[in-house]
Design a protein around this ligand. Structure first.
Ligand SMILES: Nc1nc2c(ncn2[C@@H]2O[C@H](COP(=O)(O)OP(=O)(O)OP(=O)(O)O)[C@@H](O)[C@H]2O)c(=O)[nH]1
Ligand SMILES: [Mg+2]
Length: 206
């Protein structure tokens, strides 16, 4: 496939910041379709959103874990949204804040009807940590599709990256789960990610 042609046709480029929410009642109305990006702190959730949307200033990234502290919504159009979630497992966030995030995320996952799929981002060097396993178990029980993105694959040799992908592939046998390697640094894996998300949205968004 012609890379330039694919990128110019990238419908996710239309994403614009919509709002940040610190509680369920601050979220946009629960209609249309939403795709959420979850994962442990610092795995590159915000960076993956920026790669997908080809807008490097869209979601705030940082070397310091715990950068994303609210649910940030990005709209593609009237009905389609991407959601950047705060990272879980960041120990240096005060206990009170951590508890609030935990409860808010739980409420979001339990109640959000428009949630169409979860992009679960992991560090390719350390996949399937306990919280990742918990998220997958939740997706299984909610019958929600989850696409695992093994990010920072540039930090591994080709062989080691492919081994990591195989380990995850063997661990996830359900049809509703898929996995890919990606590097936001090298911008590799973008086409695969786009294809999965467009599949979830049923068709190319207009
Ligand atoms: N080498 C490498 N570094 C990456 C990659 N993706 C992200 N990073 C770096 O990882 C750090 C964290 O990236 P973010 O996108 O802010 O991560 P996050 O998961 O949104 O972090 P929180 O919002 O704090 O949970 C930044 O310094 C990024 O530049 C990648 O593919 N390769
Ligand atoms: Mg972030």
């Amino acid at each position: 496939m012609n890379e330039t042609k694919t990128l110019s046709a990238n419908p996710f480029r239309r994403a614009r910041f919509l709002l940040s929410a610190n509680s369920l009642d601050q979220c946009p109305e629960d209609t249309g379709c939403e795709i959420a990006f979850a994962g442990r702190s610092n795995v590159g959730k915000s960076s993956v959103i920026n790669l997908l949307t080809e807008n490097h200033g869209l979601a705030r990234t940082s070397k310091t874990p715990g950068r994303t502290q609210l649910l940030n919504f990005f709209a593609l159009n009237e009905t389609l949204r991407l959601v950047d979630l705060p990272g879980y497992g960041f120990a240096r966030v005060p206990e009170k804040v951590r508890k609030h995030w935990g409860e808010f995320l739980q409420a979001y996952f339990d109640q959000r009807q428009c949630l169409q799929g979860l992009v679960l981002i992991m560090d390719a060097r350390h996949p399937l940590k306990p919280f990742d396993q918990q998220m997958l178990a939740w997706c299984r029980s909610a019958r929600l599709p989850a696409h695992i993105v093994l990010n920072k694959s540039d930090k591994l040799s080709r062989g080691a990256a492919s081994k990591s992908q195989d380990i995850v592939r063997r661990a996830i046998t359900d049809d509703q789960f898929s996995v890919q390697l990606l590097s936001t640094l090298k911008a590799t894996g973008l086409e695969t990610l786009q294809a999965v998300l467009l599949g979830w949205l049923g068709a190319q968004p207009h």
